[in-house]
Design a protein around this ligand. Sequence first.
Ligand code: NAD
Length: 425
Amino acid sequence: MASTQSTPDLEEEETAVETARRQLERAAAHLDVDEGVIERLRHPKSVHRFTVPVERDDGTMEVYTAYRAHHDNVRGPYKGGLRYHPGVNEEECVGLAMWMTWKCAVMDIPFGGGKGGVVVDPKDLSGDEKERLTRRLAQELRPVIGPMNDIPAPDMGTDPQTMAWFMDAYSMQEGETCPGVVTGKPPSIGGSYGREEAPGRSVGIVTEQVLEHYDMDPADTTVAVQGFGSVGANAARYLDDLGASVVAVSDVDGAIYDPDGLDTNDVEGHDERPGMVSGYDAPETLANEELLTLDVDVLIPAAIGNVLTGENARDIQADIIVEGANGPTTSTADQIFEEKGIPVIPDILANAGGVTVSYFEWLQDINRRKWTLERVNEELETEMLRAWNAMKAEYEVRDVTWRDAAYIVALKRVAEAHGARGLWP
Ligand code: NAD
């Protein structure tokens, strides 16, 4: 993902690691899991810190700090993004690595949770500088990553080109081509078809299931999507194709609104043409905050974290919220939505199409066999429906929130794996 987000995906009143620990406690309260296992899961397995020297274009040297956090690998290699952002720090990497453990587990993907990044504003780097930083980073990270150990992916400030440089540098050092060391690569070097669209597509697939669950006809459903980037545009177009009426979408500069429904294929997404959304000739324009409080059936926050907060949660009029972005709802807002009876479908399931197709990419890489786009989309749908049904079963049996149900599914799987493997020595 080449994100333009200005703030990291953090809770406003909690750090990412505090949020991740709180979710763990909430899920643990519903399960009979050994306290020792819960205690292990409160902490990362390891956190690595690196110093990455890079030659600037003017010949001077800049020294950057990078982190890679490994939370848990009981179910398989660590998996998670690598972000270039000035706000990257150790605690955030640990929290986001924990989220990846739950996201992979709720999808039943045989990966664990990792996350990392470099403390840098990528806008301050030329293309050549970004390439040198990435190649040196690959070299520094080499002892702690690998196709069977930890597989990074694009995140804020990094994109398929970054992954291509990373894979090339790693492969040069290994003496063989290693496409499975990162996912999110261009298809020409082992990237998967459909990877870019996958997180938005999964938001669409899950929303379709939510509508069915609440007996709502897509043809009578109105949708507002904040953030018309990779996730938002693909989710909006999926739902538009399904027959729903997407009445509002936005980018960082503002929202466009048409009560009769926008033609989402006619509006160019952030990646296609930045600034196009707010510049689009629509019947009405709105501020981003106004989009969030529209009286729609489904609200999909798909831009950045912490947009649904204690400040605006009581003003939200949507009947259902499906989280496209990572961490768009603060815990205060979550509580208010629970009181108001607004279901919130959690990010760890809704946008998990990204990591799921990353897993497909890794399978294609290690098997040296490419899948067609049709196969990717078909298998993505199968996996999303499987995960949705697992979450729904917990939701119905335990009378918990959708978020708690997803974490219960995830924790059960991780705890079971810890129980089976045991503690050695
Ligand atoms: P993107 O950069 O493609 O698009 C982001 C969109 O949000 C753009 O339209 C941008 O203009 C808009 N935006 C940025 N700041 C905003 C603000 N302050 N207010 C309103 N709109 C704003 O990013 P993306 O890849 O679509 O990611 C969006 C979210 O989804 C992030 O939280 C990301 O972590 C999460 N996510 C992405 C992926 C992925 O693989 N792309 C996977 C899972 C989760």
